[in-house]
Design a protein around this ligand. Structure first.
Ligand code: SF4
Length: 438
C-alpha cells in the first residue's frame, strides 16, 4: 500500500449476503469445533504469551538480536508475569477462541491501557532488547499502536541499533543505546515514528539502515527480503527458518506457520505425514521440514484469502482443510471443493506471488537468512524450574543448512533450483497466462 501511496481501502456494502440454512448450521458446527479444541482452550486462558516458557526451554526465544535463543529473565515476561496486568479476556468479533486480553498499567512511568501485548511484542520489546520490565513492554506496545508502527519491526530495529552500539559502530548523542536501557527503548520508538535524530535512519528499517552505517552492520540486520524477522530462532526451529526465508513477502511467521513439530501435534502429523513419522516432529532436525512447510504455506494462503484466523487453522489445526472445503462447497453451489482442491488453490496463490516477485528480479538469493543463522552455532542451555538458565548445554552447535532445505523445497514446489516456477507447474495449476513471464 505504501508503494502505491494508498492510505486506506473503504468497502461500502450495498447488498445483503444470503447464506443457506445448511451453511449457517455447518458454520456453527465448525465454530464449536474450533472453540473446543484443546489448543484453543489454552489460547483462551493465556493468549499467545503462553509461548514464552516453552520457547525459552527450546532456545526459540530470540534474545539480544538473536545472539541467544534464551533469556535469563523469562519469568518476568511470561504468561504469569503478564497476568498481573490483564483485566479482561477479549477477542475478535464472533470468534469462538478469544485469544486476546486487555491489560493496564495503572501507576508509574509507563501507564497504558491496551489490547495485548501479544507474544511477538513481548519478545521484540523484551528479550530482543534485553528488557524484562513488563510495564515497559505494555507501554512500548501502546506507543507503537498510537504511532501506527509495527511492534515486531520496531523492536528488531532497536535491537539492531543496540548491537551496532555493542560492536562499536553506532553511537547517539542523546541515548545510551545500551542493552535494556529503558530511555533508549521508549525514546527510539518516538524518534522512529517522527523521524527525529537517529530515528530518521532507523525508520528506514534495518536493511537500509545497515547499508548506511556500513562497517559490518549488514551482518547484524535481521531481515529477509528487507522485512525484519519476527520472534522465532531459525537455528532452534528449522521449519520456521525455512518459512521466513521462502515467504514471498519477506520474513513473516504467519506466512508459513509450520508449527506441527513445535506443538507436537501427533494427530495432524500422522494424518498428513505418516510416512515421515516420527522424524518430522523433531524440532531441531531439518528432515522433512520442507514437506511440512509447503503444506502449511498452502493452507495459510487459503486462510488469508478467506479471512479465517490461523489460530483455528495452522496453529493447532482445530479446523482441518477438509472442514474449510466443506464450508466453501456449501457457500458456493457452483464450487465442489474437497481438501485437495482447496490446497491446490493455496498453491496457486503462492505461485502467483512468486511470479510477481520474479518479475521484480527476485530468485533464489532472495530466499535467504542472515549469515548469523547459517554460520554461528547456537547452544541451548538447561532451564531450571525458576526459569533461570544453567551452564549445562543440552543441545549444541545448532546452525541452519538453508541450501539443503531449499533444494528439497523447490523440488516439492515444482520450481527450478533458482526458486522460479516451471512452465509445467504453471500449466498444472491452470496458470498458463504467466508462462510468457518466464
Ligand atoms: S479471531 Fe484469531 S486473533 Fe481474533 S480472538 Fe479469535 S483466535 Fe484470537
Amino acid at each position: 500500500m505504501g508503494y502505491k501511496n494508498l492510505k486506506a481501502l473503504v468497502v461500502n456494502a450495498s447488498q445483503e449476503v444470503n447464506y443457506s440454512q445448511e451453511f449457517k448450521d455447518k458454520a456453527i458446527e465448525k465454530m464449536k469445533k474450533a472453540g473446543t479444541h484443546p489448543g484453543s482452550k489454552s489460547l483462551r486462558k493465556w493468549g499467545t504469551v503462553e509461548l514464552v516458557d516453552p520457547k525459552n526451554q527450546s532456545g526459540d526465544l530470540p534474545t539480544r538480536n538473536h545472539q541467544s535463543g534464551q533469556f535469563n529473565y523469562a519469568d518476568k515476561v511470561n504468561a504469569k508475569a503478564l497476568d498481573n496486568y490483564v483485566y479482561q479476556n477479549t477477542g475478535c468479533y464472533s470468534c469462538p477462541i478469544r485469544c486476546s486480553r486487555l491489560s493496564k498499567v495503572e501507576n508509574g512511568d509507563y501507564q497504558a491501557e491496551i489490547e495485548g501485548p501479544e507474544y511477538e511484542t513481548i519478545n521484540s520489546m523484551g528479550p530482543m532488547v534485553d528488557n524484562h520490565d513488563m510495564e515497559l513492554i505494555i507501554y512500548a506496545n501502546k506507543l507503537c499502536n498510537e504511532y501506527g508502527i509495527d511492534t515486531i519491526s520496531t523492536g528488531v530495529i532497536i535491537s539492531f541499533a543496540m548491537e551496532c552500539h555493542e560492536k562499536g559502530i553506532l553511537d547517539d548523542e542523546e541515548l545510551s543505546l545500551e542493552w535494556g536501557d529503558k530511555e533508549t527503548i521508549t525514546e527510539l520508538i518516538k524518534k522512529i515514528a517522527f523521524r527525529e535524530g537517529l530515528g530518521d535512519l532507523l525508520a528506514e528499517g534495518c536493511y537500509r539502515a545497515a547499508k548506511k552505517i556500513g562497517q559490518g552492520a549488514e551482518e547484524l540486520a535481521m531481515h529477509v527480503k528487507k522485512m525484519e524477522i519476527p520472534m522465532q530462532e531459525p537455528r532452534a526451529s528449522k521449519a520456521m527458518g525455512l518459512g521466513h526465508a521462502t515467504s514471498n513477502r519477506g520474513a513473516d511467521h504467519l506466512y508459513g506457520l509450520p508449527t506441527i513439530d513445535l506443538t507436537g501435534n501427533v494427530e495432524v502429523a500422522e494424518k498428513y505425514f505418516s510416512e515421515y513419522m516420527p522424524q518430522i516432529l523433531e524440532v531441531y532436525s531439518q528432515k522433512y521440514k520442507p514437506e511440512m512447510l509447503s503444506f502449511t504455506q498452502e493452507y495459510n494462503a487459503i486462510s488469508d484469502a478467506l479471512g479465517v484466523c490461523k489460530f483455528s487453522t495452522t496453529e493447532n489445526f482445530a479446523l482441518l482443510p477438509e472442514d474449510i472445503a466443506e464450508g466453501i462447497s456449501l457457500l458456493r453451489e457452483d464450487l465442489d471443493f474437497d481438501e485437495e482442491e482447496l490446497l491446490k488453490a493455496g498453491e496457486r496463490i503462492i505461485n502467483l506471488e512468486r511470479m510477481y516477485n520474479y518479475r521484480h528480479g527476485m530468485t533464489r538469493s532472495a530466499d535467504n537468512l542472515p549469515e548469523r543463522f547459517l554460520k554461528d552455532s547456537l547452544n541451548i542451555y538447561e532451564v531450571e524450574k525458576d526459569n533461570k538458565l544453567t551452564d549445562k548445554v543440552v543441545v549444541e552447535n545448532l546452525k541452519v543448512d538453508l541450501d539443503q532445505m531449499l533444494d528439497i523445497y523447490y523440488q516439492l514446489r515444482g520450481w527450478n533450483q533458482k526458486g522460479v516456477p516451471t512452465e509445467e507447474k504453471l500449466k498444472e495449476l491452470d496458470m498458463e497466462e504467466l508462462i510468457k513471464d518466464l
